[in-house]
Design a protein around this ligand. Sequence first.
Ligand code: AMP
Ligand code: GLY
Length: 424
Amino acid sequence: MNVLVIGNGGREHAVIQALKKSPKVEKIYAMKGNAGIAQIAECVDVNYCDPKAVADWVDAHPDVAFTVVTPDDPLALGVVDELESRGHKAFGPNKAAAQIEASKAFSKNLMKKYGIPTAAYEIFDDYEAAKAYVETCDIPVVLKADGLALGKGVLICMTREEALDGIKEMMLDKKFGSAGNKVVVEEFLEGPEVSVLSFTDGKTVVPMITSCDHKRAKDNDEGLNTGGMGTFSPAPFYGEKTAKEVMEKIMLPTVKAMQAEGRPFKGVLYFGLMKTKKGMKVIEYNSRFGDPETQVVLPMLKTDLMEIFEAVVDERLDEVKIEWSDGACVCVVLASGGYPEAYEKGKEITIGDLEKDIVVVHAGTAIKDGKLVTAGGRVMGVCAKGDTIEDARKKAYAAAEKISFEGMYYRKDIGIKYRDVERE
Ligand code: AMP
Ligand code: GLY
């Protein structure tokens, strides 16, 4: 079967690498892809945030039997709805279900209504009311812009002054555009964080192997928030006991809540969780694979990914046995100097001789005048599997040293975090 994958980042390259292994998949198209994706798929240049344009392209390519929609924007804009309305098979939640990520106010209210553990919160769409609340609330406090803001719409405020400035930036200065028209003011929680992606067909939910992201730009979780500077899998503090708690108190209740709301969720539902002293709590939901979580999760998947995608769309996920490898996987993101703030593009990338089992996942790359060049903030992820996280980590860093471009930087401590947290 021929498949279209929508997106152009590291996550999409990792999805396409996994689909390539499926005996069911013949040709893959990527909309729009990047230089790494172009080596294994045919890239097509269509604005994937325009549902009509995407569906028109699929209409014009009857050889494409299945579309995978990975990024949050096209999901929130209804690309899956448009494809389905024209009789095409598409993997990913429809517009109504994608609200679980697209609106933090929606997801917080859903959790409150269905008793799903999360940080206590208040929602404001009026600046003066938000300001009055923040003048007296407990500190630290967390501010979240309601809408999609490229993972940057969250401010952790350690002082009241920061919180008051934050409210002003979001609601009056519109730092995150219209995403800040509504703001969630949330209780600050503490504990190790884990990303648990899951496959769900709206009824059955199957968690993937766990992973941990590193969102800050600098070592020791310092510097600005980014889209993610590296990941490792699995999380050592997430054993069977926690998995059971999360399934009973968070995953099944969420899937059932979405059903009860008339918004059954089909696709990848991502649970961003924190292990607090009072149990596991939801920090955020995403309506899609995580980036760069996917880069360490999918290499551990032993089951055919295409078979899982089809089972989700056909609502028979309960029939598929999903298996994971033992061991660990680490991904180190190589970023452009300056990212997540201003950075230059078009820098030539050189890659030395890498060990055979290293997987380079491209994110912001392009080909210019026949040369591989940088085309984004997060340029590529270097991924390695190993018997342990430490083993995988050493391999990934040895490979990262063989790659270079002007201004390149990466965190040196991916995989070290949570080493001292009690194992389970
Ligand atoms: P989000 O965009 O919702 O994933 O938030 C970005 C990051 O902010 C999370 O990964 C957490 O590290 C942090 N964060 C979000 N909400 C809270 C909270 N209630 N308490 C503490 N940290 C939080
Ligand atoms: N790595 C976090 C995300 O994909 O949102």
